[in-house]
Design a protein. Structure first.
Length: 220
């Protein structure tokens, strides 16, 4: 479950496609794409978009958009959870409180995996330029804390994010790290650094790359 358009969210797609490749059936609840076209071609992945597209909003309207879309996702996942009896629901932030839309499957005994792409308090501090003791940051930390407590396990996008959660009192053993790396199906791993030169205007620039060389691109 994600508050994004599935076909454009590479991180969410990679989780779903990996599971499908392993033979698992994956259902995705997400936002509707602007063109309303099917969001996947994988036979084991079925997308259930809510009737809302992604909109860029600020302030109270952004929160209102989150609230309405989360309410719709609550109805979707409640119905789907009763129909398909899911073993696991994987929720991607933001917002953190999206995990509570899965309360009906949770009551039934379904496990919840909370994927923390970005820590909301730190994002708010950076975007709004407010101090850590601001009331909004305290509220976001509280929401983050109860969202994690509601979940069975947490995935952090980096070791730094994991350490932030540990510093806020989340047990280390409750957090796994899954970093956002390039997909090895489309990129080659280079064991030795290589030097590359390219033109920028009238200057010739050089860079050393160790890990990745682009070999192809595919849109599923």
């Amino acid at each position: 479950m994600t508050h994004s358009v599935y076909c454009r969210d590479i991180r969410v797609r990679r989780y779903a496609e990996y599971l499908a490749h392993e033979g698992h059936i994956v259902h995705v609840v997400c936002l509707r794409s602007e063109d309303s076209e099917p969001q996947t071609k994988y036979p084991l992945i079925k997308v259930f978009p809510i009737p809302m597209a992604r909109h860029r909003m600020e302030g109270i309207w952004h929160l209102f958009n989150w609230a309405i879309s989360s309410l719709l996702m609550f109805f979707y996942i409640s119905f789907l959870g009763l129909k398909y009896r899911y073993d696991l629901i994987h929720i991607h932030n933001m917002p953190d409180f999206l995990v509570f839309t899965a309360i009906v499957p949770r009551i039934r005994g379904c496990s919840l995996l909370f994927n923390l792409h970005d820590p909301s308090p730190e994002v708010a501090r950076s975007k709004l330029e407010i101090p850590p003791e601001h009331i909004l940051i305290r509220i976001l930390i509280f929401i983050e804390r109860i969202s994690i407590a509601f979940s069975d396990h947490v995935i952090a996008a980096s070791p730094a994010f994991k350490q932030i959660l540990v510093d806020r009192g989340v047990p280390k053993e409750m957090i796994s790290v899954a970093m956002n790396a390039a997909d090895p199906r489309f990129f080659d791993v280079v064991q030795e650094p290589r030097k590359y030169e390219f033109k920028m205007g009238t200057s010739t620039c050089s860079m050393w790359a160790r890990w990745l060389v682009v070999t192809g691109w595919r849109h599923a």
